[in-house]
Design a protein around this ligand. Sequence first.
Ligand SMILES: [Ca+2]
Length: 298
Amino acid sequence: MSIMKLRFLGLCALAVIASCLYPVCQVLRLPEKVSLSIAPGVSLELILVRPGEFLMGASGNIVQQSKFPPRKVRITKPYYLGKYEITQQQWSAIMGSNPSCFLSPVNPVERFNTVECYEFIARLNKNGYGRFRLPAEAEWEFACRAGTTSAFSWGDQTSEATLYCNFADSAAGEGSIFKRFGFGWADMNARDGFETTSPVGSFKPNPAGFYDMHGNLWEICSDWYSETYLPDSPVIDPAGPETGEIHVLRGGSWGDEITNCISGSRAKQWDTRWWVMGMRVAWDPPGPLHRLVHVFRY
Ligand SMILES: [Ca+2]
């Protein structure tokens, strides 16, 4: 074999090795946490989720609402997820209005419809920071579990729920909404202190640093909802059915029993404007890190 040919093969081998290592280096170089300025005086905090495998739908000691058996799912790409649910302050700064029922700038936004949700994300994307989007429900659960296989990201004990989760506690049971509508499922022996939504970050975070993954508001995911799709869906970066009319919601809410707030719990979008549905954004950073000129570590 000629020297020229050997050199050519050597360069080819180096190119293959470099192309394999580049994505790995990219993941290693991504900052764990970023804070983006999305409007004057308003920031959005995100936490990196690295690729990995997990048992999607595992339910610990609590019967899972979705009734689908657990299955091993692989997430192959890194992504960022909001540290908190989107607040009314963030929504108002981007949209110029606030559809929420339980008004407070530090509480999560609710009662938006799907069109407004997409518009909010489209406006975020005009900042030129990369791509904001809704998380796939597999990405949502992977981040929620943060390596755990128990019912909740804190374990299996409902006795600890009031430390981590705003759910239908005695404050909700004693409140005007539950009484007005005759809702009878509040746990009158537990007290998290909030009748309806709570300011984001009021409770302990999960092991990865995300707040309110359990309770406060159901969080809309990008997947279309289907009663039959999930068990047969792809197990590598699953993204849900290609078409649909309503989205999957994850995480439970202030109006739900604690059993609806487990890591594997899922529900379907019920109404176009719902006071128990909020959102948390996912974010794909733009290419090589040197282009992240607007990103600040914190
Ligand atoms: Ca509560």
